[in-house]
Design a protein around this ligand. Sequence first.
Ligand SMILES: Nc1nc2c(ncn2[C@@H]2O[C@H](COP(=O)(O)OP(=O)(O)OP(=O)(O)O)[C@@H](O)[C@H]2O)c(=O)[nH]1
Ligand SMILES: [Mg+2]
Length: 426
Amino acid sequence: MGECLSSGRDERDREVEREIERDKLLETKVHKLLLLGTGGSGKTTFFKQLKAIHGEGHSQREKESFRKQIYGQVIESMQILIRQCELVAKGSPEEIEDDDRAENLQKVIQNEELSEYKISDEFEESTKYLKALPNGSAQIDEQLAKHIGKLWAECKPIRKMFEHRNMICVPDSSSYFFDEIDKIALSDYLPDASDILLVRYRTTGMQEREFCINEAIFKILDVGGQRNERKKWIFFFEGVTAILFVISLTCYDEIPFEDVSDLGVDVSSSNSMLESIKVFENTLQLQCFQETTFILFFNKADLLAEKIKHVPITCAFPGYKGPQEFKPAVEYIRNYFLSLNKNKAREMLLRFLYFFNIRQKQIVKGSFFCCCNNTFLFLICTVHSPPFFFFSTHVTTATDSRNVEKVFNDVQQCVVNWSIKHAGLD
Ligand SMILES: Nc1nc2c(ncn2[C@@H]2O[C@H](COP(=O)(O)OP(=O)(O)OP(=O)(O)O)[C@@H](O)[C@H]2O)c(=O)[nH]1
Ligand SMILES: [Mg+2]
C-alpha cells in the first residue's frame, strides 16, 4: 500500500515537473515563423494585421509612410490605365510594340471593339494633367483628385481597362482608393485601418517583429516575394519553426509583375499561379526544411468568391473538371499544392493521421477530416516522432481582421503543440 502511494506521488511529481518545463518552454521559446510566397500573395497584409491585433499598432510616422504609398498607388494606377487605353485604342501593332503590357493585352482583347478603349476629348484635360505629373510625384491635392475622380466615375474606357488589371499590374485595391479619392485628397488625411491593409507596396528586404499570441512568443518575418527578392530568402532560413506559405487564390489569371514589364515574354506561358506552384515546390525540396512545419494560407478568398463567377480556374489548372464554384475550386487548388510534397515522411497517408480539432482542443485520432469555420486543418505526424512536423492549410482573407485573428489563434496552438511534442513534454 505504501509503495502504491509513493508511486502515485512520483507520478504526480513527474507530471508537475513536466508542466513546469512546459510553462518554461512557452515563456522563453521564441517561435520563428517565416512568411513566404510570391509577390502580391498577401504576406505583408498578414504582417500588418498582426501588428494591429497583437502588436502596438501603427505609429503616426508609419501612417504617414502608408499615405505616401497610397498616393503613389493611386497616381500610378490611373496613369497605367490611361496609357493602356490610349495604346490599345490605336490598334496598330507597330504603335504599341515598345510596350509589353499593351502588346499582351491586345492579344487577349482582340475580339473586342478596340475603339471602346478610346478616351473621348471631354477627358483630355484630365488625362493630360495626369500624364504631365513628374515621375514619382507623391501628393494628391484637390485638383488632382478632381481629375482622378472624373476619370474613374465618368470615363467608360478607364473602367473597361480596369477589368483587365490582371494583365497590366494594376492592383485590385486601386478601385477602392479611386472611390475614396475625396477623402484621400483632404489636407489632413491619414490612412485608416482599411486603407493601410489595402495599399499595395512591394516589400524589399525583410521586416520582423515579435508578437505575444496567447502567452507564446512568435518572431514573424515578412520578406519580399518578387523574383529578385526571393534570392534573399536564404538569409532568413536558419532556426525556422514554421513556414507560413501564402498563396493568392486569385492569381490564376494574372501575369507576374516581372513578366509584364519584361520584353519578349510569352504571356501565354506566364502565369502567377504557376509561378506560385513552382516556388512552393522548390521551397518544399530545400534540405533545411525537410523537418519543418508548413502552414499554407490560401489567401484572397473574398476576391476568389467574385472572380470564380467570371474567370474559370482552368486558366492555370487545365485538368480541373469540377464546377466553377468557390468550394470545389479551393479544394482542388489546396489538394494540388499538397500533392507537390515528395517527402515520403511528410506524406499524407502516413500510418498515423491525426486531425486536431482546435475548437474542442482535443485530438481526434483516425478521423479523416475536420472542418472548423472554413478552415481545414491537417495534422500529419510520422509514426516515429521526432521528427514531428505537419502541414496545415487555411483558407484566408488577409484583409479581414477577424479571420486573421482566428487563423493565427489556430496557428499559435499548432505551433505550440508542435514545440511541446518536439521537446518531449507532451
Ligand atoms: N481583397 C483582398 N485583398 C488582399 C488580401 N490579401 C492581400 N490583399 C491585397 O493584395 C495586395 C498585395 O498584398 P501584400 O500583402 O502587399 O502582398 P505581399 O505578398 O506582401 O507582396 P510582396 O511584398 O510583393 O511580396 C495588397 O493591396 C493587399 O491589400 C485578401 O485576402 N483580400
Ligand atoms: Mg510584402
